[in-house]
Design a protein around this ligand. Sequence first.
Ligand SMILES: [Fe+2]
Length: 403
Amino acid sequence: MAISLLPLPIPPSADAAELANFGREVVGLDPGNLTPEQFADMREALYKYDALLFRNASLSPEQQYALTKAFDATSENYGHGNNKTGSTAKSILHPDLKTIPRVPQVQLIGNGTVYDHEGLAEARLKHPHHKTFHKTVISPEDEFPAPESGRPGATRFYRWHIDAALYELSPPRVTTLYALKVPRGPAQVCRYDDGTGDELAVPLGTTAFVSGRKMFELLPRELKSVAVRTRVRYAPHPYVWMAPSRSRSTGLGLESEGLEMKLEELPPWEEGKVKVLPMLWKVPTTGELSFQVHPSAISELLISPLPSSASREGALYPDGAHLTDLKTVRELVYSMQRPAIAPHLVYPHDWNEKDLFLFHNRGVLHTVVGAFRDEEVRAFHQCNLAASDDPEGPSEEDVRRWA
Ligand SMILES: [Fe+2]
């Protein structure tokens, strides 16, 4: 490989050995003007390490779109469709996205009010806050304690997810995040509030990442067998469907209280556009399997029977199953995903202005974290593109190996 890579700074909360292969900083390259050879090396590095950071990058929205598109030459639309958020105003993503007029594939996201920005006279941005999504919330006193208390403010993982519409459109391969304005503030403590006592010190407004490969690797044998045999059916218009329901305190999927919208109340939808995707997605170039499930959007699981060559001893669902009870579906998926968001496995990126961060959207789960005050202005450009195909699942050989 002809490009220079450095390890990312691993915070004290993380197990450095576990994160040894997560993320690299690319040095000495201009991400807006890569040669085809440099791009090919960078692509290989991205799929190997899941995330790449360029510091002090200068990148126009046009260059960011071109860089993102280079991973999938025929992709053209933003991951949720260009300007599509307008037609689904009830979607929970609606308030978070402001399109750059010149390059509608690039979104302006952040916090506070931004003026005269890339053709937008005034954009009011709101950093997503867990109180709009979680069933329980952190008290204002814990979130912003009096300075004299000496306590750090408490926060939550907002929503662990894959960037994807999960209806009609295919999940983007890569997301690029370019930090333009980063408010500096005190570190916060991200609380899991799930009875485990887990918590994680985080820089203000971090984006947190976990590896889908690690998520698969951590599973006990019987759950690896389930994972390799399972396809996940997502709800139609999932972000509209889930809007009335509330999240678990870890941000990793929803509470099952029957609050989801009824299918007949949703905007018109077609069975042929509903997404049914493998639970494990194959990493291009390495062939590894990554556990890739958007926990809030799932509705059903389709589990194939064990292949005849596999041992049935201790096997779960040896004859296959079609799980349609939401609570059962969510409990099973939660038990598979929760181990991988343990504090020592999370990479919380400490943003600096002009950081360009690329991540393999088909190889990680990520989440917004933290709470800003209204006057703390943050501005990022985000781009991902609905892919030209759906992710590839496990091969027959993978099934024989892991089932
Ligand atoms: Fe995202």
